[in-house]
Write a protein that binds this ligand. Structure first.
Ligand SMILES: C=C1C[C@]23C[C@H]1CC[C@H]2[C@]1(C)CCC[C@@](C)(C(=O)O)[C@H]1[C@@H]3C(=O)O
Ligand SMILES: O=C(O)CCC(=O)C(=O)O
Ligand SMILES: [Fe+2]
Length: 371
């Protein structure tokens, strides 16, 4: 049985990758077609999100920090999404990471399959998640790996080395990308803490929770699609993770659900997209929204996005600061570990817009069962 599962697992990935390469105009594969109620919600408006200048905050200017914190607070209470500029991340380095990302997805399938995703793990190469799901497949290929903040520097480089010494340079470039993103993510946690007004009594409360963080890093490649109105690059979802930092090319396609409408996000070459994930919603005691977003594809060109999902180490107990709970008079979420939540998204529930609510229910039921 195990052997059968493995071969069908690989076949599904090959089948999906070939669909992307050999798509025809007359037949669109059913498994990639999304339900009409999703497809009918077209996005017509542009999102006028806050583009927050981090320069003053990063240089510890008190007034600029408070200004940035207020803009963050407004965006996160409303829909959990903003963009940042003057973030301190080198744009040439980001362009180089994009180049290596594109080069990876251009590799022959046999090369990409060297690091194919194993069952139950987010790490590795996948195509359309065809080995995990049977329907509503996303029109994307993806490469995912982990970044251990305090792990040996080579962990990411090793991931690529394992594919062959010819990927050594790619590994080093992604390693540098991860280190840079991790630093910015922790700085943003400090800004979020200030915006929530918990920096006084609980200074570095959030930063401390992310000691020894084990984050998820993903390169999404969305191939050009002949029937873009029948599918999604990623369907509607909230990231279950804590905080997402995303660098996109100028193709466009990312959409955010705000004021009951899907609105398109304007790409900016010098900006990074930031969105709140489910885990931070819980850590803010429900004050900050986990951003509901999706990706549409297009018939003209492929799109690439580089995504850093900040995650704590798996066994760290996560809870909102007591100060917030007392201010709100109610604890909105049970304590949990990211390990429990990640496993829920890999084994029990495909992450979508309801993940946090379903996870909370699942957790309380399973804890009552074990009580
Ligand atoms: C914890 C995670 C699960 C996903 C990758 C990270 C954060 C985002 C999640 C995801 C992208 C949300 C949409 C559905 C999903 C299945 C996907 O399209 O890739 C999710 C990821 C996953 O389960 O691999
Ligand atoms: O590619 C994008 O713009 C968004 C990708 C995304 O939402 C995800 O991978 O969770
Ligand atoms: Fe996402």
């Amino acid at each position: 049985m195990e052997q059968m599962k493995k071969s069908s697992h690989e076949d599904k990935t090959i089948e999906s990758a070939m669909i992307f390469d050999q798509q025809t105009n007359d037949h669109f594969p059913n498994q990639f077609i999304w339900p009409k109620d999703h497809l009918s919600q077209t996005s017509t408006e542009k999102l006028n999100e806050k583009v927050i200048d981090l320069q003053g905050f990063l240089s510890h200017d008190k007034e600029a920090t408070l200004h940035a914190a207020n803009l963050v607070k407004e965006s996160c209470i409303s829909h959990g999404f903003f963009q940042v500029v003057n973030h301190g991340v080198d744009l040439d380095m980001l362009a180089l990471v994009q180049e290596h990302g594109h080069a990876f997805f251009k590799l022959p399938l046999t090369e990409k399959l060297k690091c194919k995703q194993k069952e139950g793990s987010v790490v590795g190469f996948a195509s359309g998640h065809a080995q995990r799901f049977r329907e509503k497949l996303p029109w994307k290929e993806l490469l995912t790996f982990e970044y251990h903040e305090n792990g040996p520097d080579e962990v990411v480089a090793e991931f690529f080395n394992a594919m062959g010494t010819q990927y050594k340079e790619t590994g080093l470039i992604f390693q540098k990308f991860c280190r840079t993103m991790n630093k910015l993510a922790l700085d943003l946690l400090d800004l979020l803490e200030i915006s929530l007004g918990v920096d006084g009594h609980n200074h570095n409360y959030y930063r401390k929770l992310y000691d020894d963080a084990v984050s998820i890093v993903r390169c999404n490649h969305y191939p050009q699609c002949n029937k873009p109105d029948l599918t999604f690059g990623v369907g509607p979802h909230c990231d279950p993770t804590t905080l997402t930092i995303l660098y996109q090319d100028l193709v466009g396609g990312l959409e955010v659900f705000v004021d009951n409408k899907w609105k398109s996000v304007q790409p900016h070459r010098d900006a990074l997209v930031i969105n709140i994930g489910d885990t931070f919603t819980a850590l803010s005691n429900g004050k900050y929204k986990s951003c509901l977003h999706r990706v549409s594809v297009n018939s003209l060109s492929p799109r690439l996005s580089l995504v850093f999902f900040l995650c704590p180490k798996g066994d760290r107990e996560l809870k909102a600061p007591q100060e917030l709970v007392e201010k709100d008079g109610k604890k909105e979420y049970p304590d949990f570990t990211w390990g429990e939540f990640l496993q829920f998204t890999q084994k029990n529930h495909r992450a979508d817009e309801n993940t946090l609510q379903l996870f909370t229910k699942w957790l309380l039921t399973s804890k009552n069962h074990n009580a």
